[in-house]
Design a protein around this ligand. Sequence first.
Ligand SMILES: [Zn+2]
Length: 324
Amino acid sequence: MGLKDFFKNRRLKKVKLKKPPISYNGQGHDLKQAPKISDDELCALWVKCQGCNELLYLSTLKKNNSICKHCDFHHRLSAEERIELITDYGTFLSINDNIIPDDPLKFTDVKPYKKRLEDAQKTTKTKEAIVTGIGNINGYIAGVASMEFQFIGGSMGSVVGEKLTRLVEVAIKKRLPLIIVSSSGGARMHEGILSLMQMAKTSSALKDFHEANLLYISILTEPTFGGVTASFAMLGDIIIAEPRARIGFAGRRVIEETIRQKLPKEFQTAEYLLENGQIDMIVHRNGLKNTLSDLLRLHLTNHNNATSKDVFKQISKEHLLIKI
Ligand SMILES: [Zn+2]
């Protein structure tokens, strides 16, 4: 039963009550006179847990970092919520915001790619499927990137690859550790070969980063798939996943149809990957920030008391103002 049906049934049950309920001042009130709330408005206040199907009040869920209090399922966070979660308040400064996507192939599927981009920009209030910048994590400065799944499935187009590459270059130049939070369906088919090229570009930039002996922590969240898993997401020095996050390359159904075998129930979950040595640890969202700052402290080589604002000032204007 969908949320709309649930609220409709509940309202009908209330109207059928014989005695009107007593209000706070002792007088009965007529439910028919009560201000009407539309089904859409009610649905916007509640969500169904993807883990246990319980109805959750949205505001309570948000207060608990979008973790279900019944089954501990970690629901998706927007890029902004993720940055708020892991960085110190007011320290995150985004860079390369002016890089905007284009439609080089004039691609159209159900609707034109340009229209799809405009819709995604309106819904998510971001220009692309990734936010990059510099921020402090419990006082430790780092380059931080977070993907926005609501933006065309967090797919990696040329802007996502470019913003990531530039962030890696800034991190090398300023000798900063790097934290990338992935949540993506893979490469963006609307940009064809240009999106596939981002796999090589980001991997190449991370090779330079690795050779500079700097720390890269990759965080995999529900879901991380396709070209993102096949490139930067799995290249971390330390790879962390959230509990029960689905991580893989091709989807489960596609693999089952190809190999004509039933896959294990836990296949492509964070727990399965940890058991098989593909990731280093699973960290609960409420402990993620402290785990990150512990790792940064352990790997700190040349801490110079710089803050994100100091480093931001040093980044040259061409990093902030270039458009592609
Ligand atoms: Zn739940």
